[in-house]
Ligand binder design. Sequence first.
Ligand code: AMP
Ligand code: FE
Ligand code: FE
Ligand code: ZN
Length: 288
Amino acid sequence: MVDLHTHSTASDGTYRPAELVRLAQGEGLYALALTDHDTVEGLSEALSAAKEAGLRFVPGVEISVRFEGSGHCHILGYFVDPENEVLRRTLSLLQRAREERNAKMVEKLQALGVEITLEEVAARAGGGEIGRPHFAALLVEKGVVRSPEEAFEKYLRKGAPAYVPKARLSPEEAFSAIRAGGGIAVLAHPVHLRLSPEELTRYVARLKELGLSGIEAYYTDHSPEFTALCLELARRFELVPTGGSDFHGRNKPDIKLGRGLGNLRVPDECYDRLYARWERERTALSPG
Ligand code: AMP
Ligand code: FE
Ligand code: FE
Ligand code: ZN
């Protein structure tokens, strides 16, 4: 069993990167990837913990990209170098945009009569990137709403009164940042694009032209039929099928590491094939 999609306190998960590694080891995972939203800040801690634990570890990142449609598009970057300057600069632009967005969301909530400050939200994020899940947790803590779901429904979801859109890269920009960082790009949770099978096929074909290397076929929100469709697309477009739980710790308490909602089992060979693909693309690109 492997888990190639997880979040730590560096973004909106609740476990520190090193804790996540120990948890993965305790679960007997064959391999783990850390894929925080728009940041590589958790990777060095996870890398040293994984080395110590003797766990196969993939340094990753998850980037939200512009997408026309009712769903959303996230691109996973795998085997990225957390020290790479081009990648870091691109991500720091997103982080600055996030800071402005967070300030605007605080203002909107205040205008709606919710007593809330940026400092309080920041405290919930524990030093990592601040996002809507931290707003949701704080609104629950303050008794403004009863659950994170209600916080999203009443205030934070797209179209709700405190929502502020997030600055996003184009898919091209995300691919080139991942490539610059030495990594390979994989389409995350294709079901969240909310496309028909025909539309998804066309979209994957387009991403393949931009250099897509894999598709997250195994995901807890995928029906067996949808996973089969993703595996078919992987064969057709020569993509590595990958999978993961999208573990967020206590921010998504029903999702378990490696198992998702209980219906997830990502084959070990997903890691082996991803690693082999990265090796192959890396040697194809770098001279000598
Ligand atoms: P952000 O990057 O700040 O826009 O926050 C995105 C995160 O919010 C995602 O990773 C989800 O975990 C969470 N999220 C988005 N929409 C919802 C929703 N309707 N209900 C619960 N969580 C959500
Ligand atoms: Fe998240
Ligand atoms: Fe995602
Ligand atoms: Zn994720």
